[in-house]
Ligand binder design. Sequence first.
Ligand code: CAA
Length: 257
Amino acid sequence: MSYECLEVAKEPPIATVTLNRPKQLNALGLALAKEIAEAMEALDIDPEVRAIVLTGGEKVFAAGADIKEMAEATPFDERVRTRMVFRDRLNRISKPIIAAVSGYALGAGCEMAMSCDIIVASETARFGQPEVNLGIIPGSGGTQRLARAVGKYRAMEIVLTGEFLNASEAHRLGLVNKIVPVELLLEEAKGLAKKIAAKPPLAIKLAKEAILKSFNTPLDEGIDFERKCFYLLLASEDKQEGMRAFLEKRRAEFKGK
Ligand code: CAA
């Protein structure tokens, strides 16, 4: 598939999706949001791909929703509503997604990074939810994911002031897994993706699902869900292979079955 505002590079077992709308600072308009959802869903069912890196440019990851598109929007504007639906589709990707963030990750761009599973940032990364400056608030999960990631008080400060966090502040608050020099960002993110891609895919998929479940369920229900995933994996060929390989002191060959 080819895309207008995206580049997708497959290097099995990983793939890298790069936002490519530099003149608008990768603003997440309808077309780009649609392409991200489509590219991610295509990779999610691609058997050659086991982990995905999502990145932007050196100066900007994504500067938020497209303000030009939104300026005249009403609550009933189908384009805005559809764009939100495209964004929600990113949250349903079952494979691990690593965000590689350099430069600005603002508004919907910050929300998109937070929809990923791991965030690697360059030293120049800037995170923020500046929507209040435009008379709106985050609309793609920012208030919810940020509060869960950094806690109520810092989330309040970030959303209510609209001020940006630099990479080390974001790292200190737990919003970022790792900071690396900009020239090493993709290498680091891809290295992490490859490390995860070498693990048994079914276990990775259910581990991701179970961790995400923890944000939506009471503890006992979450533990119950985890237990069922655990039992289910006992039926996988990869479990047989993983345990046999351990006992035979050899490297396991996982097939995702
Ligand atoms: N939407 C549309 N266009 C955008 C944009 C956006 N979010 N962000 C930047 N651009 C455009 C600018 O209009 C400008 O276009 P022109 O060259 O045609 O004038 C171009 O990108 C370059 O931008 P700047 O000249 O402003 O670049 P800068 O380096 O001086 O500043 C910036 C960079 C700090 C990121 C600044 O562009 C900025 O503050 N952008 C807006 C960030 C923002 O408010 N994001 C939240 C959007 S709302 C949202 O995301 C809500 C939601 O999901 C529900």
